[in-house]
Design a protein around this ligand. Structure first.
Ligand SMILES: CC(C)(COP(=O)(O)OP(=O)(O)OC[C@H]1O[C@@H](n2cnc3c(N)ncnc32)[C@H](O)[C@@H]1OP(=O)(O)O)[C@@H](O)C(=O)NCCC(=O)NCCS
Length: 169
């Protein structure tokens, strides 16, 4: 298990194929996927396919979506991380948490340190964040971590607000 980094309350590590039950738990909640262009996961086999084909290959270039754990009790609460989107020529900041973990500042804490990791450890020049125009919580997170609002547009058939940040280091 490769630990990526820790924050005061959180630990981020790489997913493995054994994490299909965790991913299923997260991606089978319609509220979690409300603003996302993704199908609900129905079973562990489907979750394992997503891990094998989409999440794990991103780790080859040190990027990826990382499993987020609460340090105080070692409970999985969701994921946060950076994804290369070659079709858009960008590195995308993303986060997704179980409903039980919402509203406690965890997304902000994980995303802020993900920016630092991306800029300092990976030497990225620009990171992009996008959220559905009605996904107020996600937009708020992008604002709170200091990203700059670029504008609205349609991406992946969804109306989104786009934010970016240049490497400040
Ligand atoms: C978006 C998400 C990650 C936010 O996680 P979180 O841990 O609750 O976020 P935080 O607690 O760090 O911050 C949320 C902020 O949004 C605010 N917020 C949440 N819902 C809100 C609403 N309906 N109206 C106004 N503000 C709202 C919170 O008050 C907080 O801001 P504040 O600190 O200024 O009060 C979480 O809701 C989630 O996982 N959603 C489902 C997946 C998703 O949409 N991911 C993003 C895809 S772009």
């Amino acid at each position: 298990m490769e630990v990526i980094f820790e924050t005061p309350r959180l630990l981020l590590r790489e997913f493995t194929l054994e994490d299909a039950p965790l991913l299923l738990q997260l991606n089978s909640d319609p509220e979690v996927l409300k603003y996302l262009h993704e199908p609900l996961l129905q079973d562990e086999a489907h979750a394992e396919t997503i891990l094998r084909n989409i999440i794990l290959p991103q780790y080859e270039n040190k990027l990826g979506r990382w499993a987020v754990y609460l340090k105080e009790n070692n409970v999985f609460i969701g994921w946060c991380g950076l994804k290369h989107r070659p079709e858009l020529e960008e590195i995308d900041l993303g986060y997704r948490f179980m409903q039980t973990a919402w509203g406690k500042g965890f997304a902000t804490e994980a995303a802020k340190q993900t920016l630092v990791y991306g800029f300092k450890n990976l030497n990225l020049s620009l990171i992009t964040g996008r959220a559905h125009i009605h996904n107020i919580a996600s937009i708020r997170v992008l604002e709170k971590i200091g990203m700059e609002y670029i504008g609205e547009g349609i991406v992946d058939d969804c109306p989104v607000k786009t934010f970016t940040l240049q490497n400040p280091y």
